[in-house]
Structure formats: structure tokens, C-alpha cells
Design a protein around this ligand. Structure first.
Ligand SMILES: *[C@@H]1O[C@H](CO)[C@@H](O)[C@H](O)[C@H]1NC(C)=O
Ligand SMILES: *[C@@H]1O[C@H](CO)[C@@H](O)[C@H](O)[C@H]1NC(C)=O
Ligand SMILES: *[C@@H]1O[C@H](CO)[C@@H](O)[C@H](O)[C@H]1NC(C)=O
Ligand SMILES: *[C@@H]1O[C@H](CO)[C@@H](O)[C@H](O)[C@H]1NC(C)=O
Ligand SMILES: *[C@@H]1O[C@H](CO)[C@@H](O)[C@H](O)[C@H]1NC(C)=O
Ligand SMILES: *[C@@H]1O[C@H](CO)[C@@H](O)[C@H](O)[C@H]1NC(C)=O
Length: 347
């Protein structure tokens, strides 16, 4: 139990907040006293697992038959999730009833890649559901999940530790929800993950530098409350898109950025970055969008900008950049939009 004290308190605060947010959502939809009492009883039935993550007790009716154990587990996971949902205004989970989970709306089944004779739950897409609730630890029973998309809902709390069991998870989109707390380290332990979208939540604290050593194709962590110095291993990341905008990433743009050969778009705007823009930037031949506006970058724009032959959009506005704008930028063959206002350029 060593070291569990503080996170536990945080969890309690987070779940209290969760409850307050969802109860205020109820009052606007006019919940009857009986319904409110039922929900309060439900809240008491949830439990904490060994990590302090919340779960729900689901009983499988003995009459239910499942084609395989994976679909039985999926039933438990989805029913637990239904219990952890306080409000589903579009009724997206309304037909999550009975043993045929592959017939549930917004749940997608497919043959298991390693054994095509097994049908499993491979994807969940509840995007734009406006659903309020939390993610119970039972969701980790969806061991064959490749896609998990829940953007634009009102899920709160944290990402359960047991998500590390989702060994096939390829796309994780939790954007535009109310998740809080520290960076969900569990995503670093998802071996198949390629697409990570945590933007527009309330995550805070630092971002582990291991994120940039992970074999990801896209990282969106913008519009949170991360506070962080961009580490030197940033350039190890093989991403094609990375968006860190609107956090408080301080420090320098590391010269290792020149090693990100697959990079197509990078948005670092509004973070409080200090330092110069390193000359290595010119090695990014495939970069089409580069936005470092609204920071505190200093020094001249390096002449090597001319090397970014694919560049279409370049925004360096609202910094403290100085010197002359290199001619090589104006000669970039694909440049469509170059914004450089609010600096101290000469000439
Ligand atoms: C939600 O959907 C289920 C199943 O489709 C239906 O039985 C139920 O009446 C719906 N509830 C509301 C409030 O529309
Ligand atoms: C799934 O739904 C379809 C159409 O509603 C129905 O024909 C089919 O029998 C259902 N499958 C199962 C296994 O319940
Ligand atoms: C695939 O799954 C089926 C059904 O569970 C099982 O009988 C079979 O042995 C499995 N095949 C392999 C190659 O694991
Ligand atoms: C770029 O990658 C090379 C080869 O992996 C490595 O030797 C070098 O140190 C890296 N540059 C930076 C600035 O990290
Ligand atoms: C850069 O883009 C070209 C053309 O789209 C592509 O063929 C090439 O593989 C890309 N390079 C890298 C390192 O991704
Ligand atoms: C150019 O980019 C800036 C910000 O990056 C944007 O405000 C502006 O509308 C763009 N201009 C055009 C013509 O697309």
C-alpha cells in the first residue's frame, strides 16, 4: 500500500466532482426522486479494485449463452459500463440488453486476427454521445479491442490501470471529455497503440518522456493543463502528427526535432516555449504544417527553413523572433500561408 495515500485522496475528490457534475446534469433533465434514489443506491454498489479504480458488480443470468468466453467477458464489460453511465441523452446504449453483444449499437464485432473462427468485440464508437459517466475497470475485459472512440462525451474520472490488458488497442480517442488527474501512464503500456488522442480534457502535471520513445503515429494532447519541459528525446518520436498546443510546455524546442523524418504536422502554439528555433528543423522534408505561434521564442529564423520543401502553413506569429526573414522561406515551393506578425523582425 506504500505511496497510495495521496492518489487515493485525489480519486475520492475526482469521483466527488464526477458525481456533482452528473447530479447537476440530472437536475436539468428533471429526474424524479425515485430515479435519483436509484442512482444513489447504484453509486453505493460500485467498488474499488486493487488500484483504487472503480468497478461495477455484474451478474450474468445463467440462461444467457455466449458463442465464446470472450463475448461473455464483453457482456460483463458493457453491462458494467452501462451501470457506470449516469446520463445517455441520445440513448446510444439503449439497446445494450441481452447476451448478443454484437448486436448492440455502437459496438463492432470482428473475427479475432489470431484466430478467425472466434468473433470478438473489436471496436466501440460512442463519439458525440454527450454521455455522462465514468470508465469502470471491467472495460479491461474487452481484451480484443482495437478501437475505442468516445470523443465528445462527459466521461470523467481516470483511465483504469487495467486498460493495460488491451494488448490489441490501436486507436484510443478520449478527446473532449472531463478526464482529470495525471497523464494516464497506462497508455505507455499498450503495445499496439498508434493513435493517441487525449485533447480537450483536464489532465494536469507532467507528460512522461517515454511517450516520445513509443512507436506512435499520432499524438494529440493539446488543450489540457500539462506543465512540462519538452525533453531531448522528443525527436525519437516516429509520429507523423503531434499537437501539444494550449498547455504549458516550457523550455526549448530541442534540436532532436530534426530527426522526426516522418513528421507531417506539428502544432506547438501557446505554450510558453523559450529558446531559438534550431537549424535542424530544415531536415523535415515532409513537414506541411509548422505552428509555434504564441510562445516566447527568440533569435532569428534559421536559413535552413528553406529545406522544408513540403511546407504549406508556417505560423511563427506572437513570439520575440528577430533579425531578417530568410529569403529561403519565400522560395518554399508549396508555402500557402506564412504568418509572422507580432515579432521584432527587421526588414
Ligand atoms: C432507448 O432505446 C431502447 C432500445 O432501442 C428503447 O427500448 C427505449 O425506449 C429507448 N429509451 C428512450 C428514452 O428513448
Ligand atoms: C441481431 O439483430 C438482427 C436484426 O435486428 C437479428 O435479425 C438477429 O437475429 C440478431 N442476432 C442475434 C444473435 O440476436
Ligand atoms: C480457434 O478457436 C477455436 C474455437 O475456440 C478453437 O477450437 C481452435 O483451436 C482455435 N484455433 C487456434 C489456432 O488457436
Ligand atoms: C538523431 O538521430 C541520430 C541517429 O539515431 C542520433 O545519433 C542523434 O544523436 C540524434 N540527434 C539528436 C539531436 O538527438
Ligand atoms: C515523405 O513523403 C513521401 C511522399 O509523400 C513519402 O514517399 C516518404 O516515404 C515520406 N518520408 C518519410 C520518412 O516518411
Ligand atoms: C493563415 O494562418 C493564420 C493562422 O495560422 C490564420 O489566422 C489565417 O486565417 C490564415 N490565412 C489564410 C489566407 O488561410
Amino acid at each position: 500500500m506504500k505511496g497510495i495515500g495521496i492518489p487515493w485522496i485525489l480519486l475520492v475528490v475526482v469521483s466527488l466532482l464526477c458525481f456533482l457534475v452528473s447530479s447537476s446534469a440530472f437536475s436539468s433533465t428533471g429526474l424524479s426522486d425515485a430515479e435519483a434514489a436509484r442512482i444513489r443506491r447504484r453509486q453505493l454498489l460500485s467498488y474499488r479494485d486493487e488500484f483504487g479504480d472503480r468497478g461495477e458488480s455484474v451478474r450474468v443470468p445463467p440462461s444467457f449463452k455466449f458463442p465464446n468466453d470472450r463475448l461473455r467477458n464483453a457482456y460483463i464489460a458493457l453491462q458494467a459500463w452501462k451501470l457506470a453511465i449516469f446520463s445517455d441523452p441520445k440513448n446510444l446504449t439503449g439497446d445494450w440488453v441481452g447476451p448478443n453483444v454484437c448486436n448492440y449499437s455502437n459496438v463492432f464485432c470482428a473475427p479475432l486476427p489470431s484466430n478467425a473462427s472466434l468473433i470478438v468485440v473489436a471496436g466501440i464508437d460512442l463519439n458525440h454521445g454527450d454521455i455522462a459517466g465514468y470508465l469502470p475497470e471491467e472495460l479491461s475485459l474487452l481484451a480484443d479491442l482495437a478501437l475505442f472512440h468516445i470523443n465528445s462525451n462527459r466521461f470523467c474520472g481516470i483511465i483504469p490501470h487495467k486498460f493495460e490488458r488491451l494488448k490489441l488497442l490501436f486507436e484510443l480517442d478520449l478527446s473532449n471529455n472531463r478526464f482529470a488527474g495525471r497523464f494516464p501512464d497506462v497508455v505507455l503500456r499498450l503495445p499496439s497503440l498508434k493513435f493517441l488522442d487525449l485533447r480537450y480534457n483536464e489532465f494536469e502535471g507532467t507528460v512522461p518522456k517515454e511517450l516520445f520513445d513509443k512507436d506512435l503515429d499520432a499524438i494529440f494532447i493539446n488543450d489540457n493543463r500539462f506543465v512540462f519541459d519538452i525533453p531531448d528525446n522528443f525527436g525519437n518520436s516516429p509520429v507523423s502528427v503531434i499537437v501539444l498546443a494550449n498547455n504549458r510546455f516550457h523550455g526549448c524546442v530541442p534540436s532532436s526535432i530534426g530527426n522526426m523524418s516522418r513528421l507531417n504536422e506539428i502544432l506547438l502554439l501557446n505554450n510558453g516555449l523559450k529558446s531559438c528555433i534550431p537549424a535542424e528543423i530544415g531536415r523535415l522534408k515532409n513537414l506541411t504544417v509548422f505552428d509555434v505561434s504564441f510562445n516566447e521564442l527568440v533569435g532569428p529564423l534559421p536559413d535552413s527553413f528553406g529545406g522544408m520543401l513540403s511546407l504549406e502553413q508556417l505560423d511563427v506569429a506572437h513570439n520575440l523572433l528577430s533579425g531578417a526573414i530568410p529569403k529561403s522561406i519565400c522560395q518554399l515551393p508549396r508555402l500557402k500561408n506564412f504568418t509572422y506578425s507580432y515579432n521584432i523582425f527587421t526588414g
